[in-house]
Design a protein around this ligand. Structure first.
Ligand SMILES: Nc1ncnc2c1ncn2[C@@H]1O[C@H](COP(=O)(O)OP(=O)(O)O)[C@@H](O)[C@H]1O
Ligand SMILES: [Mg+2]
Length: 264
């Protein structure tokens, strides 16, 4: 087991592009492959947290991810992790809504998550971060903390602009923080067959623009994926004959090969 887990931010500032769905199912895939997996909900809206049944943690007044991001040297993320049937989860908390504002003027406001991720997580092979649907301080924290990214996007022309904005933000962070942020895969999500012409064109656009340097995965729209999400688990736990499982496995294998050297 590596001393440092692979850290992956699932990010795209556009809402409804399957960040949370992808986070849960990639975590389900790495967990099913035998990797110790931690899922962090960095979205103040807490869809992941509430979805996996941690409503009490979302509104808890006890120590939460909010406190840890405010004072990263005083907290340990593993102490905030809650167990789930497949993986561990660090829940979001409703107080996190104010962080995008509070961290702007704070010292190292964009490096809080990086500080938290840097120690105390040796028991995990994978840490997967579900990002908010916005570009702000929390998302900057995820990009700088993980530095490896999985980018879900829909087969719609609005994705072109969304990715352009995201890549500009990545460039800005790389320049200002002297880090290298690596896109590890684009996941075209919620693809609806039979394809109409617009979807066909967009799938081709992803292929033409990305496949030379990063893999482009494709997850199809499936009721089973939604059902699993509504039950707070991945398809690996809920519907193991879902035909999209092999694609989630391919994503997990790719991440393991690239980031863990394929070891287990
Ligand atoms: N492959 C899929 N098949 C069916 N429904 C999906 C799929 N991917 C995402 N969804 C649904 O689309 C909606 C938005 O997905 P979500 O993961 O919450 O997006 P985000 O986190 O980017 O806002 C959710 O209702 C989710 O259940
Ligand atoms: Mg989400």
């Amino acid at each position: 087991m590596p001393a440092q887990p692979a850290k992956i931010a699932v990010t795209n500032q556009k809402g409804g592009v399957a960040k949370t769905t992808l986070s849960i199912n990639v975590a389900g895939a790495t967990a099913a492959a035998g990797y110790e997996t931690l899922l962090i909900d960095l979205d103040p809206q807490g869809y992941l947290t509430n979805g996996v049944g941690l409503e009490a943690e979302y509104t808890a007044e006890s120590t939460t991810l909010y406190d840890a991001l405010q004072s990263p040297t005083e907290y340990d993320l593993s102490a905030l992790a809650v167990s789930h049937p497949e993986f561990d989860v660090v829940p979001a908390n409703i107080d996190m809504f104010s962080l995008d504002q509070e961290l702007v003027s704070a010292m190292q406001g964009r490096l809080r998550l990086q500080m938290l991720l840097d120690s105390g997580l040796d028991e995990y092979d994978f840490v997967i971060i579900d990002c908010p649907p916005s570009l702000g301080l929390l998302t900057d924290n995820a990009l700088l903390g993980a530095t490896d990214l999985l980018i879900p996007a829909e087969a719609e022309d609005t994705s072109i602009r969304a990715l352009d904005i995201l890549f500009k933000q990545i460039d800005t962070l790389e320049e200002n923080f002297d880090v290298s942020i690596q896109e590890r895969g684009i996941v075209v999500s919620n693809v609806d067959y039979p394809l109409d012409n617009d979807q066909k064109e967009m799938l081709q656009w992803f292929e033409d623009n990305f496949s030379n340097y990063i893999p482009v995965f494709e997850i199809r729209r499936r009721a089973a994926i939604k059902r699993a999400y509504n039950h707070g688990v991945s398809v690996f736990e809920y519907e193991e004959d879902c035909d999209q499982i092999p694609e989630f496995e391919r994503i997990a294998d790719h991440l393991a090969t690239e980031l863990l050297g394929g070891e287990q």
